[in-house]
Design a protein around this ligand. Structure first.
Ligand code: ADP
Ligand code: MG
Ligand code: ZN
Length: 194
């Protein structure tokens, strides 16, 4: 039996988490290992039945709404399990991911490390702790062009979850996240690069 493992890919919105997850999954397809890719049913932004990145890369996926449902859908001959938007799952996802890895499966999860307030998101801190490998990646700050660790919410609603892309969130660095510039067109970065 091959040795299982847990890999976490995390960062803010637009940092390339989904692209990196799809890149790792595609490599496993070239190796002809059976893969299964999951996403939370809550995330309806793009095509149903696919995980798709902001740059339009995509792979077929299965939608589930609980960790238990995901566990039940993993087939006996699956060698690699990918999970996108893992921050939306309940805490049970931590033991599900652990059990799958103990079974010899390579488990790769991608998700937001923090919410728009900079607070750790759902099960992510636990997943990072139990993982063999953690990759933190950053987007490009739309205001200054530096590395962006924050998902700045443009609307004022207070819920932790408000699904959306460029219309609702923009990538900002820690320092620009504190600025109250609400329109990308006002930014210095936009003016100097367009
Ligand atoms: P994530 O899953 O982390 O939200 P994706 O993998 O879906 O990110 O998309 C990453 C892609 O988003 C980049 O390759 C780039 O084409 C695009 N993108 C849009 N805005 C930005 C930004 N501010 N910084 C970096 N990439 C961006
Ligand atoms: Mg993504
Ligand atoms: Zn910045």
């Amino acid at each position: 039996m091959s040795c299982g493992s847990v890999e976490v890919i995390c960062g803010g919105m637009f940092s390339g988490k989904t692209e990196e997850l799809l890149r790792r999954m595609r490599r496993e397809q070239y190796a002809r290992r059976r893969i299964q890719l999951f996403k939370h049913g809550f995330d309806q932004r793009y095509t149903e039945g696919h995980v798709e990145s902001h740059s339009s890369l995509k792979l077929p996926s299965e939608e589930v709404t609980t960790a238990a449902e995901l566990f039940a859908q993993v087939k006996t001959d699956t060698r690699v399990v990918g999970i996108d938007e893992v921050q939306f799952f309940d805490d049970e996802i931590v033991s599900v991911v652990n059990q799958l890895a103990d079974r010899g499966i390579r488990v790769i999860v991608a998700g937001l490390d923090t919410d728009y307030k900079g607070v750790p998101f759902g099960p992510i801190p636990h997943l990072m702790a139990i993982a063999e490998d953690v990759t933190k990646i950053r987007a490009v700050c739309v205001l200054c062009g530096g590395p962006a660790s924050r998902s700045h919410r443009l609307s004022r609603e207070g819920d932790q979850v408000e699904v959306g892309a460029a219309d609702v969130y923009e990538a900002r660095c820690r320092s620009c996240d504190g600025l109250h510039v609400c329109n990308v067109y006002q930014s210095h970065f936009y003016e100097t690069t367009h």
